[in-house]
Design a protein around this ligand. Structure first.
Ligand code: NDP
Length: 371
């Protein structure tokens, strides 16, 4: 935990959060060591996404990978060596709760399978650590609320790893939509899918108890998010349909494909599909006076943008590093995290995910409950 902040550190960290090189030139910093204070992060669950995050840590200015939690001794040895981690910062799931006694760790980044997000977020909060949890935040709205409440009670901050908020094309989508640059947006199509025929049958993504669901839990959250943040509105009702299963040997417990339609208070409509049987990665918004689109749109990029006025493209950024740095600069400055990555944002997506499943299961149009 970060405690006993001096006024000097406060001024430095305010500078960090707003761009230290502009607000606090290096020559004015009284103590370079403190100005370079980084947030010490323990990564929990060393799988595929944890490996993607390695580059994020390498490019991060304000975060340091300072510890790990893993159930695999070989990974513990390899990561410990690669990141020069002291032995006391290497944990297993059995020793996880002992993190409360380790002042070297400020934040735990949870990259475990979906079904473990809730439990480990709550235990991280109870250990007095800030948390970043991967998407989907949990399985249900009440689970999300329990995670938010646990973090609030413990006085720590909770973020969801919503990396696309740091990607310049998506920042532009938000501007075009929310500022009605082409007039009010009437229709959004957003779809994300991968051909996952090669998935091993024992992969946890295929098991309902630990994945919570299929394509919607895994990928659909990005479609929901993009519609919500481009419109700047919360949906009020949903219809949804499962499509035929083409890989019954894999998709026995969770959905392979699902499509849905959301309506928003302005009358705007979002239609989306997410699937494990084909590759698709696109976003399209139709407004009164034009359109804007990205394709690719929702994966790691690089993205290509186009509007009715022509192409728009921005430099590639490391989305993971940018997210880590934004979280760190807010926490180091003792400021609340931005709303777009706070736990409440994960809850808002979960409200929609629950509604989509209820609509697809029942065949009915579902009115989403108030937030
Ligand atoms: P992996 O299966 O590759 O990694 C998960 C890791 O969790 C495992 O390697 C293992 O690490 C640990 N683990 C602990 N208990 C279990 C268990 N019962 N079954 C399987 N693994 C276990 O998953 P991903 O890295 O692809 O996904 C992890 C999370 O990250 C998911 O919630 C996913 O949705 C999210 N994600 C987010 C992305 C994004 O762009 N934001 C992209 C990809 C995934 P160890 O051996 O160290 O114990």
């Amino acid at each position: 935990m970060l405690t006993n902040y001096s006024r000097r550190t406060f001024l430095e960290t305010i500078g960090l959060s707003m761009g230290a090189s502009i607000l606090l030139p290096a020559s004015t910093l009284p103590d370079r060591a403190r100005a370079d204070r980084k947030l010490n992060v323990a990564l929990c669950g060393l799988g595929r996404y944890a490996n993607v995050l390695k580059r994020g840590f390498a490019e991060s200015r304000h975060c340091r990978l300072a510890g790990i939690v893993t159930g695999t001794p070989a990974k513990a040895a390899q990561w410990q060596q690669e990141f020069k981690l002291p032995a006391q910062n290497v944990y297993t799931y059995e020793t996880f709760d002992q993190l409360r006694n380790n002042p070297d760790i400020d934040l735990i980044y949870i990259t475990l399978p979906n079904g473990l997000h809730k439990d480990y977020t709550i235990r991280a909060a109870q250990a007095g650590k800030h948390v970043i949890v991967e998407k989907p935040m949990a399985f249900t709205v009440p689970d999300c609320r329990a995670m938010i409440d646990a973090c609030r009670k413990a006085g720590v901050q909770l973020a969801v790893g919503y990396r696309l908020h740091y990607e310049p094309h998506h920042i532009e989508l938000k501007r075009l939509g929310q500022q009605k640059v082409f007039g009010p947006v009437r229709l959004i199509e957003a779809s994300l899918g991968y051909q996952l025929a090669g998935t091993p049958p024992d992969d946890w993504h295929l098991k309902k108890a630990i994945a919570g669901g299929g394509a919607l839990m895994n990928l659909g959250v990005y479609c929901i998010q993009s519609a919500r943040y481009v419109l700047g509105e919360e949906p009020i009702s949903v219809t949804a349909q499962y499509s035929p299963v083409t890989m019954p040997q894999l998709f026995r417990e969770v959905e392979e494909n699902i499509t849905w339609q959301l309506t928003f208070p302005s009358g705007a409509v979002n239609t989306s599909a997410t699937t494990a049987n084909c590759n698709i990665d696109r976003f399209y918004a139709s407004a009164d006076n034009g359109f804007f689109e990205l394709s690719p749109a929702l994966s790691y990029g690089p993205f290509q943008g186009r509007s009715s006025q022509g192409p728009f493209n921005f430099p590639v950024v490391n989305q993971q590093a940018a997210l880590l740095d934004d979280v760190a600069s807010h926490i180091l400055a003792h400021k609340p995290l931005p709303a777009h990555i706070a736990g409440e944002e994960g809850l808002k997506d979960m409200r929609v995910i629950e509604g989509i499943y209820r609509a697809a299961d029942s065949g009915n149009k579902i009115t989403l409950p108030p937030l």
